[in-house]
Structure formats: structure tokens, C-alpha cells
Design a protein around this ligand. Structure first.
Ligand code: SF4
Length: 405
């Protein structure tokens, strides 16, 4: 079987019998989770909550302690910082100043390459965006979701159709990069109208529109209000909207560079590829997930460790993150899972050097099947999903997990 796989994927230089594993480089990326939201949307399964008396103050104080302790262990410097949630822009100016100040004290500044803040359209105007720009934020990820009032109401959002587009205009006028989130396959939605409105944002002049759009299919997560109400997403409609998004955005100069992400040239996210390439990332805040190099207490054979901060109550108490050591094989599966979502795919030489795993030898059946069916393709050291493969990527990955889990 290995012979036939090698024949299908072309000439791959033979690896040494036991390839040395190069340890994960120390983190230069930071994710910080802000769990507070102005509303609780019925489709959301993130770690989030409404503000409560004293809770935000306790959160801000704990973030300062956690940042100081983390920076003492992992001093950076930081290339990228991502403040996600929740709704980070729901913090007041004073609270956000304190959070940004904690990062700056720990690492000597924010991200040298990119610092992104997730923002709800109703939480800022141009003046506030200018304040953020002056503080070192470089990019907003704005939760536009839809430009249609009835769709936004259905999604439980507080803003209305024009608010998202106004938010994009305000952010661009303040000199910030903008990524807009859009949700598709919502019952009753005219997805094309939403996609065209966001893609064309800024075309009427002014400082320009969103140069990055993240398009997510509505998914009904278990235990959410939508799941309890029996809301259903039509699979055919979801597939049609996925193709529609790529076509509409391409018309406006965007390229899909990851399953859900589209950017104009020069405007790709700099932080998210850290996850897709399996690079180390620090995590602050309740429920935040990170990836670190192996430590002295990890079992022999660990090549990286996932960390997951506890939910807010335990996190405020100072409980440590849950740490999951990854073997080379487990880390290789993670890298395939995230890397195959990108147009660049996975560099198999890099994967071998960071995990010790030779994909053709470790997953011969899954690889051969996906190549034979035209779902994956090989070019030089890169393995990537074809157009057909992107549409059934979860099934392709199940094959690898079935063989390697
Ligand atoms: S604003 Fe975002 S994080 Fe908050 S509840 Fe809605 S979807 Fe979830």
C-alpha cells in the first residue's frame, strides 16, 4: 500500500529512519478572551455572559495578574495579538485601557505586526475607533452578520441592517483594517444581498470598505436556544450559499484563502494562520485555548501541549489551565485538520520536522483514498484540498482520524 501512495503523490525525498523533531518555537502570538456580550445570541455556544456588577472589575484585575505571570514565562516579543470573545468592544474605555495596558506592560507593547479587536457594530463610532487606533489596535473584526433587519432580529442581534455597514465605514475612516463577519444559510435570509452589500462596502467613496470577509454557515450547536427551538439549517442551501460567497466576493477582488476567510491581496489575517500552521499561541482569559512547546512535566514523546483556561468562576479563583500533551501523531492530525482548510495546504516536510510523522507512511489508506478521489492533491511538498475536497473536508479528515486516532 505504501508503494502505491508514493506513486500517487510523486517523488518525495526519503526521510531518515527516525526524523529528528524540531521543538515548537516559543509563542509570538497571544489570544485574549473577553467573555462579556451586550446580548446572548440564541445560536452561540462560546464562553460568554452579560456584564454583572463587580464581575468585569474582577475580570480586569485577574487579566493583569495572568498577563504578568504569562509574560514572565513567555516574554515574546509578540507579533500578533487577538482580542476575541464574547465582545471585547463591550468593555468600557477604562476597562479596555486596563486590558491593553496589562499586555503592554507584560510584553512591551501590543502585536508588532497586527492587533485585532472583535467589535460589535453598536459599541463604537469613528471617535472610539480613532482612540483604539491611537492605542495600537490595527484591525477590527466586526460582527456585521447580516444587513437585513429581519435576519438580525432572528439571530438575536441588537443592531439593525445599516449599522454594520456604518461600523465598517467608521473603522476605515479611523485608519483601521476591517474584517467583516457574515453568517449565511439563515432561514429567510437573502444571502446574496448581504454578501454584495459587505463586498461593496466603501465603494461609494470615503476611506474604503472591508478588505477581509469571514463567512460562516449558521450551525445549530447542541444546548443552544436555537437547538431547543428546533431551528434547522438546510444543507443544500448552506452549500449553495458557500459557493455564492466565493463567487460574489471574487467579483469584488477577494480571494478565499481558508474555508471561511476571504481577503483582498495584502489583507489576509496575520494572526489566524498561527492556528492553521500549528504555531505556538499564548492564551489569556476564561475559556481561552493556547498551544505551547512541551514542558519538563510532559510525558516523553510530547511535541506540543494544548492549554485550555477554565470557565470564568474557576479562572477568577486562579485555577490553572487544563494541559493536554500531544504526541507527534496527535499533533500531525491537528496540523492536517487546520492546514487543509487553507489554500496553501500543509507542507509535509515541515509537518515531518515538527511532529516526526511521515504522512504517507502514517495514514496510507486515508491519503490514498483522498488522492484517488481527487479530494486532495500534491504539489511539491504541499498537500492540499482540491475544490471538490474543500466541500467534503470533514469527511476527508474523518478518514485520517479513523486511521490515526
Ligand atoms: S455577540 Fe457573539 S459571542 Fe456574544 S452571544 Fe452573540 S454570537 Fe455569542
Amino acid at each position: 500500500m505504501r508503494g502505491s501512495v508514493a506513486a500517487m503523490i510523486g517523488s518525495v525525498p526519503s526521510p531518515p529512519a527516525a526524523p529528528p523533531v524540531h521543538p515548537l518555537a516559543p509563542p509570538r502570538a497571544l489570544y485574549l478572551h473577553v467573555p462579556f456580550c451586550p446580548q446572548v445570541c440564541p445560536y452561540c455556544d462560546f464562553h460568554k455572559m452579560r456584564r454583572a456588577q463587580g464581575l468585569v472589575a474582577a475580570y480586569v484585575a485577574r487579566i493583569a495578574d495572568e498577563a504578568a505571570a504569562t509574560a514572565a514565562r513567555w516574554p515574546g516579543p509578540l507579533d500578533t495579538v487577538y482580542l476575541g470573545g464574547g465582545t471585547p468592544s463591550h468593555l468600557t474605555d477604562a476597562e479596555l485601557d486596563a486590558v491593553l495596558g496589562a499586555i503592554a506592560r507584560g510584553w512591551g507593547g501590543l502585536g508588532a505586526v497586527e492587533t485585532t479587536l472583535e467589535a460589535d457594530p453598536l459599541t463604537f463610532d469613528r471617535a472610539r475607533a480613532e482612540r483604539w487606533r491611537a492605542q495600537g489596535i490595527t484591525r477590527l473584526s466586526i460582527g456585521v452578520q447580516s444587513t437585513q433587519d429581519d435576519v438580525l432580529r432572528f439571530l438575536g442581534r441588537s443592531h439593525r441592517g445599516g449599522d454594520g455597514l456604518q461600523a465598517i465605514a467608521d473603522a476605515r475612516a479611523a485608519g483601521l483594517e476591517v474584517s467583516a463577519d457574515v453568517i449565511t444559510a439563515v432561514p429567510g435570509q437573502d444571502a446574496e444581498r448581504d454578501l454584495r452589500a459587505v463586498a461593496a462596502s466603501g465603494s461609494a467613496g470615503g476611506a474604503g470598505g472591508a478588505n477581509h470577509v469571514s463567512v460562516y454557515t449558521l450551525t445549530i450547536e447542541p444546548h443552544t436556544p436555537f437547538a431547543r427551538r428546533g431551528v434547522a439549517v438546510d444543507d443544500d442551501r448552506a452549500a449553495d450559499d458557500y459557493d455564492l460567497a466565493e463567487a460574489v466576493l471574487a467579483e469584488h477582488g477577494f480571494e478565499r484563502y481558508e474555508v471561511s476567510n476571504h481577503a483582498r491581496p495584502g489583507h489576509r489575517s496575520r494572526h489566524n494562520p498561527v492556528y492553521w500552521r500549528g504555531e505556538a499561541c499564548l492564551a489569556l482569559g476564561p475559556g481561552a485555548a493556547g498551544l505551547l512547546p512541551p514542558g519538563p512535566s510532559d510525558p516523553v514523546g510530547t511535541v506540543a501541549a494544548r492549554t485550555m483556561n477554565p470557565p470564568i468562576k474557576a479562572w477568577l479563583r486562579g485555577d490553572p489551565p487544563e494541559r493536554t500533551p500531544l504526541t507527534g501523531r496527535e499533533f500531525a492530525l491537528e496540523k492536517l485538520m487546520t492546514g487543509l482548510r487553507t489554500v496553501e495546504g500543509v507542507d509535509l516536510h515541515e509537518l515531518r520536522s515538527s511532529t516526526g510523522v511521515e504522512v504517507a507512511a502514517a495514514f496510507p489508506e486515508a491519503l490514498a483514498t483522498a488522492l484517488r478521489h481527487g479530494l486532495l492533491e500534491r504539489e511539491g511538498p504541499r498537500l492540499r484540498a482540491t475544490r471538490a475536497g474543500v466541500r467534503v473536508l470533514n469527511g476527508v479528515l474523518r478518514g485520517f482520524f479513523g486511521e490515526g486516532g
